[in-house]
Design a protein around this ligand. Structure first.
Ligand SMILES: NC(=O)c1ccc[n+]([C@@H]2O[C@H](COP(=O)([O-])OP(=O)(O)OC[C@H]3O[C@@H](n4cnc5c(N)ncnc54)[C@H](O)[C@@H]3O)[C@@H](O)[C@H]2O)c1
Length: 259
């Protein structure tokens, strides 16, 4: 097993990619703290981790709140003794032209997808520095590498978290800690399902055409990723095999950015 006895925290692990990563880590022998706003999904995720034979903990967390991020780290260390892997994965989308983009949605998306990763990283690093090893994995997106219309906050946050990843990698290189970002194209999760109507409205096309004309329009392979396919890369980055990979923003984009 690649992560035997390791302790991981996955934010946004009640659903989608985060849930797949939590399960992927547990299959490789890690104990996991699930951090999410969603109690029901968070507790179900812990049940799944336990079914896989590992220990799990749910800490209800709003990653935009300093005290929640501190408590997440404290409760993890209290239960499991340390932190080996932090996955900053919690996220959400909002689709609207800049001229109509609600300012409170801007604050929320930036808070969840840049401030949250900064806070969790800041509070987790002292434990990793102490043990001279650790892994930070930030969930960026294809939209951390290229832009899309009507996603100003999301594109800004996902570009920004790649910057945070690079700084973390440089500062932590001497401590045996790596930091990398994963940049997937569209993945079959509730986050994508929820944006179909807004995409149809913003692009002025029927709902049924969103998949072909917007979501898969630029993707050479014309398919959506499954959450488990993203989890496989996270498992690799968390493993010892990836010890020399740091500061990277790794695309799983089916050739999208090769164009
Ligand atoms: N689905 C995609 O196509 C895709 C592509 C590239 C990147 N991503 C990124 O992957 C990550 C996971 O997305 P997903 O598609 O699995 O979405 P999802 O909606 O299935 O899961 C997101 C999870 O984040 C949680 N969350 C939201 N705000 C939170 C907060 N303030 N504090 C704690 N938890 C919070 C939600 O409750 C939910 O469980 C996001 O960062 C997203 O931007 C998704």
């Amino acid at each position: 097993m690649k992560l035997n006895g390791k302790v991981g925290i996955v934010t946004g692990a009640a659903s989608g990619i985060g849930l797949a990563i939590a399960e992927g880590f547990a299959k490789e022998g890690a104990n996991i703290t699930v951090a999410d706003l969603d109690d029901e999904g968070g507790n179900k995720a812990v049940e799944k981790i336990k079914e896989l034979g590992r220990d799990g903990l749910f800490v209800k967390t709003n990653v935009t709140k300093r005290e929640d991020c501190k408590r997440l780290i404290d409760e993890t260390v209290k239960k499991f003794g340390t932190i080996d892997i932090l996955v900053n994965n919690a996220g959400l989308q909002y689709v609207s032209p800049i001229t109509e983009f609600p300012e409170e949605k801007w604050d929320l998306l930036i808070g969840v997808m840049i401030t949250g990763p900064f806070l969790c990283t800041k509070y987790a690093l002292p434990y990793m520095i102490q043990q001279k090893s650790g892994r930070i994995i930030n969930m960026s997106s294809i939209h951390g590498l290229i832009a899309a219309k009507f996603k100003s906050a999301y594109v800004s946050a996902k570009h920004g978290v790649i910057g945070l990843t690079k700084v973390t990698a440089l500062e932590m290189a001497e401590h045996g800690i790596t930091a990398n970002a994963i940049c997937p194209t569209f993945v079959r999760t509730p986050l994508v399902d929820k944006q179909i109507d807004d995409q149809a409205k913003a692009h002025g096309i029927p709902r049924e055409e969103v998949l072909e004309k917007v979501i898969l329009a630029e993707a050479p392979m014309k398919r959506m990723l499954e959450p488990e396919e993203v989890a496989d890369l996270a498992v690799y980055l968390a493993s010892d095999s990836a010890r020399n990979i740091t500061g990277a923003a790794i695309a799983i984009d089916e050739g999208w950015t090769a164009q």
